[in-house]
Design a protein around this ligand. Structure first.
Ligand SMILES: Cc1cc2nc3c(=O)[nH]c(=O)nc-3n(C[C@H](O)[C@H](O)[C@H](O)COP(=O)(O)OP(=O)(O)OC[C@H]3O[C@@H](n4cnc5c(N)ncnc54)[C@H](O)[C@@H]3O)c2cc1C
Length: 413
């Protein structure tokens, strides 16, 4: 095979299909049936899904999108959508099928490299060989190595899809972040980690409400999030009358970038592609898979005639996946997240109110990771200049690894 992709999640399907379109021989290795329904649900901004041409895969789309950072709601002015995860998965599997991707069942257990490729052995003893292996096994990758540069923060959330004694949010509304905390005591507000409500009206009297901790190391326990959610709802006179589904969400927000000298490539959660400021990943990996596949197809083609240099193929892959501008932006995003994790609730609300008051193209480009390095720096300078003093003061005090992250940005990633 040209490429062996490990996994059957959104990252694996996106990169396998894109590689197959270059007429490469691609095989995916998954522990079970690749059509087994994914456990997670995926949200995405409207313009992002439209740019991908995948708007038809949304189960819901809201125009009334708000956040609460003070007494009045902040209107976001962009649509937000929730993928129909079965349709998104079927779309990825169909694209793989059309591109001739083959499937093998098994759990990747070991990998060995030689000059011309890599051999993966499954737990059941099946051996699979390819010129390039792409580890798309998620946030706890089976093979990809990442340096340890300190604690990794987790985004944790506890959510309920269900019915309620009264609507927990307005009808037809999507709430990105409700940071109101009038259900907490003064002591809780000042001494406990801030959390926010992420919520959506699913129609037919059903709502999804989720209490979320943006990022914390170690992550906030689900029991605390559940208690916070119950108190928030009770404070608004709302009780849960029927639970259809409970969501326990936990994923790493700021893992270090993978070591680019390793002889296999990562993609998706395994390659630290999660946006360190928002936790979003799926939009980015759908957008980036075709470009990475084109770079890999070119690198594989360069090796065809000559004796295959598998290390050069993996190196070309890392360079295409994490070029210097993206590495620099990643360092800046991680720097920003370190700051946010130290902010108390009032500072966070002031920070986000200032952030979302920036011109649409800046805050939206920041969250979608589509700004250039100078644009991103410009957005951060503007944010600093327009923020209230408590936020500026918090931004100015460098602590722990923040200086190292700034140094990485200045050194070119
Ligand atoms: C509850 C929840 C909600 C989320 N909501 C969003 C959201 O709204 N938007 C967003 O962008 N992100 C969201 N995330 C984050 C997102 O789920 C993950 O970042 C995303 O699923 C990662 O995609 P992936 O394909 O890299 O990995 P995964 O989806 O984790 O897929 C990994 C695949 O690798 C396979 N695998 C693992 N180990 C092996 C092995 N040894 N051998 C073979 N195969 C293996 C697994 O079976 C699986 O098929 C959410 C996460 C959670 C937990």
């Amino acid at each position: 095979m040209d490429v062996l992709v490990i996994g059957a999640g959104p990252a694996a399907l996106a990169i396998a299909a894109a590689l197959g379109e270059h007429a490469l021989a691609v095989i995916c290795l998954a522990p079970g049936d690749p059509a087994a329904v994914w456990p997670n649900t995926y949200g995405i901004w409207g313009p992002e899904v439209d740019a991908l041409g995948l708007g038809h895969l949304l189960a819901h789309r809201w125009s009334n999108c708000v956040s609460w950072f003070g007494r009045e709601p902040t209107q976001h002015g962009h649509d937000y959508g929730l993928f129909d995860k079965v349709a998104l998965q079927a779309h990825g599997l169909a694209a793989c099928g059309a591109a001739g991707v083959r499937w093998q069942q098994g759990l990747a257990a070991t990998i060995a490299h030689d000059d011309s490729g890599s051999t993966v052995m499954t737990a059941a003893g099946t051996s699979l060989r390819a010129r390039l292996v792409i580890d798309a096994s998620g946030h706890q990758p089976v093979f990809v190595r990442r340096p340890d540069d300190g604690p990794v923060a987790g985004q944790a959330a506890y959510g309920i899809i269900g019915q309620f004694s009264a609507p927990p949010i307005e009808s037809d509304q999507f709430v990105l972040m409700d940071y109101r905390s009038d259900h907490l005591s003064e002591r809780e507000r000042s001494s406990e980690p801030p959390t926010f409500l992420y919520a959506m009206d699913l129609g037919g009297g059903r709502f999804f409400v989720e209490e979320t901790s943006l990022a914390l190391a170690p992550p906030l326990p689900f029991a605390s999030l559940r208690q916070r959610l119950e108190r928030r709802l009770a404070h608004r006179g709302v009780t849960v009358t029927r639970i259809e589904h409970e969501e326990f969400c936990l994923f790493p927000m700021n893992p270090a970038l993978p070591d680019p000298s390793q002889r296999l490539l990562g993609f998706g959660g395994s390659a630290s592609m999660v946006h360190p400021a928002s936790g979003y990943l799926v939009g980015g990996l759908l957008r980036r898979a075709p470009g990475l596949a084109a770079a890999l197809a070119a690198a594989l083609a360069r090796q065809r005639q000559a004796e295959c240099d598998a290390a050069a193929i993996a190196a070309a892959g890392w360079e295409a996946l994490w070029p210097a501008p993206l590495r620099r932006k990643h360092a800046l995003y991680r720097f920003g997240l370190e700051k946010l994790m130290r902010f108390e609730e009032g500072q966070l609300r002031h920070f986000f109110a200032t952030f979302f008051a920036m011109p649409d193209e800046l805050w939206y480009g920041f969250l979608a990771n589509t700004l250039t390095v100078p644009e991103l720096v410009g957005a951060m300078v503007r944010l600093f200049a327009t923020a209230p003093n408590d936020v500026r003061w918090g931004l100015m005090q460098p602590r722990d690894r923040e200086l190292a992250l700034l140094g990485r940005f200045l050194a070119g990633g």
